[in-house]
Design a protein around this ligand. Sequence first.
Ligand SMILES: Nc1ncnc2c1ncn2[C@@H]1O[C@H](COP(=O)(O)OP(=O)(O)OP(=O)(O)O)[C@@H](O)[C@H]1O
Ligand SMILES: [Mg+2]
Length: 257
Amino acid sequence: MIEVRNLSKSFGSNIVLDNVDLNIENGQTMCIIGKSGCGKSVLLKHIVGLLAADSGTVKVDGKNINQLNKSELFDLRRDIGYVFQGAALFDSYTVFENVVIGLLEHGVKDKQILRSEAERCLSAVGLLPDKSEVSEDEFLRAWDILSNKKPSDLSGGMRKRVGVARALVGSPKYIFYDEPTTGLDPVTSEQIDFLISDIAKKVKVTSLVITHDMFSVFLIANKVAMLNNGKVQFYGTPDQLRQSDDPVVKEFLERYN
Ligand SMILES: Nc1ncnc2c1ncn2[C@@H]1O[C@H](COP(=O)(O)OP(=O)(O)OP(=O)(O)O)[C@@H](O)[C@H]1O
Ligand SMILES: [Mg+2]
């Protein structure tokens, strides 16, 4: 479980997080919503230890992120898959290399392991057929076509899927998605939403999804947290969100629905 306590972060005079408290229980799919620039990505970066807090704590499975040394943090990151805002694939790398980059960074060199993990994760996101459902030849053909492609050869939706496949490598306990549907058309967005729900169910990960897309929220979330002026303005279920009397919440819903 992830426990955020009294987390504060400013950049110069810009107070971004102001005593934020948030629990993300295992098995949940939590959506984090809020206006552009309200600190959603900054919050996520604290949870993975990419940013250090001014004060307050973040604990992942009881471990205080700020107190871990580099190698402990490196190990903990294995438990967390991160789908960066805008997919963030390496343009000069192939799809295969992009998917297994985390394993390469962790020193895995065994080609068989790299290949089978890439196959598994690319199948899980629907970019490759299920190995058990097609002939070996068919699978091999699909693999050859996809794995050697560069990100520039892919559509926006496919790039997001590659980003999700990369996050699935190593079977993490947590997956964080930073605006996974932004920039996609409504049909492709919905496919990515279904993918997120599907992964949450099938591999029982705890998911944290930053999104502007209220359609996504009501489709995938069991909990919602809304950030506003550095605080958690709302925390509850999607139903409670819909019924909220809070004017800030209502205004947000009207604007983004
Ligand atoms: N490394 C940084 N240095 C200085 N300011 C930063 C840094 N990272 C973020 N900020 C500022 O912190 C605030 C929150 O940024 P953040 O990226 O978390 O917003 P967001 O809620 O994710 O917005 P969006 O929905 O547009 O992605 C912004 O004002 C941003 O300019
Ligand atoms: Mg952001």
